[in-house]
Design a protein around this ligand. Structure first.
Ligand code: NAP
Length: 309
């Protein structure tokens, strides 16, 4: 049974940037190994239209890919592109053996279904872990790859060294991309998971019981000090742009960091927590995807050679 220390004024900051940097460093060897065998991971980032906030994410992904030695290429389509045209473009990337991973940047214009695009990406090239078969693997306890933010958030919980089996965890938010996969990942680790959402009657009643609270709601200051059990872990996934005096803005999470840090045993900052690890997990997924494609082609080759004999 996990023990969560009851400590106050002694919070431990979970440094996502440092963790991500170590992950990227570790990936370099795998990338070099794949490259030496003619299988350098090669990502394609697909954007639709001109969306400023996507630009920052893509630059960050490119930077981390370059650090790890992964090839990174951008393809931008005009906002007027049709869903059928995009699906055809994804299909051509699926069959191109030089491309080992496809990233569908969000948002996309309303006339395009993001689900249709995610489903169109070949499961072997699904580095974001958002294809239905990738999500399904999590349900079947195959946890090596999966949605990047969910894996990143759970990975940061693991850095605390707490035993996950039996841990009481509250997940605030149940989106397909974050909350639901986190709940599945934690259940697979043996945690007892309570999932809360905007219709939960009394969020604090649940969160105050938890050894670890994950928050992905997109609501600044949703979680405050009195909602956290002393010594608990707080993993803040929210990313919110809030206006500041003098027309400036800053990025904050969903947790009132200053007050929660006083009681939490461990807490992630925003920025510098889950965000950088999400990008590092994307790069790790890219490496694993390339390894799987290499194995897949080797098996096919062996089969066809045997058939010709
Ligand atoms: P989403 O699809 O809008 O889902 C938000 C979830 O929060 C929903 O399940 C919603 O419940 C729940 N919620 C909203 N208000 C609530 C409240 N007052 N009390 C309890 N639950 C509430 O958002 P998302 O895509 O999961 O993203 C959530 C946040 O994470 C955003 O700030 C986003 O920017 C951030 N994010 C960060 C990363 C990263 O890499 N760090 C990646 C993805 C997203 P209902 O469905 O019942 O309304």
């Amino acid at each position: 049974m996990a023990q969560v220390q009851a400590i106050s004024n002694d919070h431990k900051l979970i440094d996502g940037r440092a963790h991500a940097a170590r992950m990227i460093e570790d990936l370099k060897l795998d990338v070099r190994d794949l490259d030496s065998k003619g299988w350098r991971p090669h990502l394609i980032s697909v954007t639709v239209g001109e969306v400023d906030e996507v630009g920052l994410y893509v630059r960050n992904q490119r930077l981390n890919a370059e650090k790890a030695g992964i090839e990174f290429q951008e393809r931008n389509f005009p906002a007027s592109v049709t869903e059928a045209e995009l699906l055809a473009a994804i299909e051509s990337m699926n069959v191109d053996p030089r491309i080992t991973g496809i990233i569908m940047q969000r948002p996309v214009p309303n006339h395009i279904s993001v689900h249709a695009l995610q489903e169109a990406v070949h499961p072997l090239k699904d580095v974001e872990g958002m294809h239905p078969s990738s999500i399904g693997k999590i349900v079947y306890q195959n946890l090596e790859t999966g949605p990047c933010t969910a894996l990143a958030a759970v990975e940061l919980l693991k850095t605390t060294g707490l035993e996950l089996a039996g841990l009481e965890v509250v997940m605030v938010g149940h989106s397909e991309i974050v909350g639901k996969p986190i709940a599945f990942l934690l259940m697979a680790e043996g945690a007892t998971v309570t999932v809360c959402h905007h219709r939960t009657r009394n969020l604090a009643v649940h969160s105050r019981q938890a050894d670890a609270v994950f928050v992905a709601a997109g609501k600044p200051n949703l979680i405050t000090q009195e909602m956290i059990k002393p010594g608990a872990v707080v993993i803040d996934i929210g990313i919110n742009q809030v206006d500041q005096p003098e027309g400036k803005s800053k990025v904050v999470g969903d947790v009132d960091f200053a007050s929660c840090a006083d009681v939490a045993g461990w807490i992630t900052p925003v920025p510098g927590g889950v965000g950088p690890v999400t990008v590092a997990v994307l790069m790790r997924n890219a490496v694993i995807a390339t390894q799987r494609q290499k194995t897949h082609y080797e098996v096919l080759l062996a089969r066809s050679t045997k058939a010709l004999q």
